[in-house]
Design a protein around this ligand. Structure first.
Ligand SMILES: NC(=O)c1ccc[n+]([C@@H]2O[C@H](COP(=O)([O-])OP(=O)(O)OC[C@H]3O[C@@H](n4cnc5c(N)ncnc54)[C@H](O)[C@@H]3O)[C@@H](O)[C@H]2O)c1
Length: 238
């Protein structure tokens, strides 16, 4: 039976950003479908769904369920993987894995979200890109930046297509965040990365959540196809 409560889908919900997003939407009374390949720590009210975002059928089944059980407003593609490796040593197997999760997974998410949201008369898609998709990166598998550049491009395509159906699609492009994926770097590396940011620190997950919440809000209606930097001013595309 359809729940008249607003619904949100978040992939990567077991991760630092996904969990912060889920808690933010839950505080505002949304029914949150949190999807992740890993078990999710229990959060009151969260509908935890175990799935792999590379499994298109599972992603579409989640979309159908969320649309049937709630008044679905938004879909956030936050699942992702990151790998530090000297670029000359980057393997093809890791290339395939990173592209499958970070790019193909977002393709499935955008496609499933567009399908159900357009049939419901509109909604919002927000993709989590990265500054790596804009400037690349040293010591990181080249597939990471390539996948995120692809996410930025997918965002524009779904923004153009979605606009015809009331579905706006945007992305955020954070730089390295405190906690979460940055744990893969040593303390010395993290301190160096923080020092080189104009604000002298890494970003915080909550600072990304605030921007995502703005882009996911049905009240914002004229920002579409944007890749919003959340990077402390470390890269300022004109
Ligand atoms: N943390 C950063 O510094 C940073 C910077 C820029 C962009 N990002 C992006 O933000 C997003 C969230 O990252 P985070 O910082 O929360 O990292 P995280 O590692 O804490 O969370 C990522 C989540 O994605 C899940 N995941 C991985 N593969 C999956 C799959 N095949 N199917 C379903 N779920 C899968 C993981 O289990 C994990 O829970 C990612 O897309 C990441 O690339 C992070």
């Amino acid at each position: 039976m359809s729940d008249q409560r607003r619904g949100a889908v978040i992939t990567g919900a077991a991760g630092d950003l996904g969990r912060d997003l889920a808690e933010s939407f839950l505080r505002d009374g949304y029914v949150v479908f949190g999807a992740d390949v890993m078990p999710q720590p229990p959060i009151e009210g969260l509908v935890a769904v175990t799935l792999d975002v590379t499994d298109r059928a599972a992603v579409f089944a989640l979309a159908a369920r969320a649309a049937a059980e709630t008044r679905l407003e938004c879909w956030i593609n936050a699942a992702g993987i990151f790998l530090t490796v000297p670029v000359p040593a980057a393997s093809e197997a890791d290339w395939q894995r990173i592209i499958a999760v970070n790019l193909t997974g977002v393709f499935h998410g955008c496609a499933a979200a567009l399908d159900v949201l357009s049939r419901a008369g509109g909604g919002r898609i927000v993709n989590i890109g990265s500054v790596s998709g804009q400037i690349g990166g040293v010591g990181v598998h080249p597939a990471y930046g390539a996948s995120k550049a692809g996410v930025h491009s997918l965002t524009k395509t779904y923004a153009l297509e979605g606009a015809r159906h009331g579905v706006l699609c945007n992305a955020v492009a954070p730089s390295l965040l405190d906690g979460s994926m940055s744990r893969i770097f040593s303390v010395a590396q993290r301190e160096r990365l923080a020092r080189t940011n104009p604000l002298g620190r890494m970003g915080r997950v909550g600072e990304v959540t605030r921007v995502v919440r703005f882009l996911a809000d049905l009240g914002q209606t004229f920002v579409n196809g944007a890749v919003v930097p959340v990077n402390g001013g470390s890269y300022m595309p004109s």
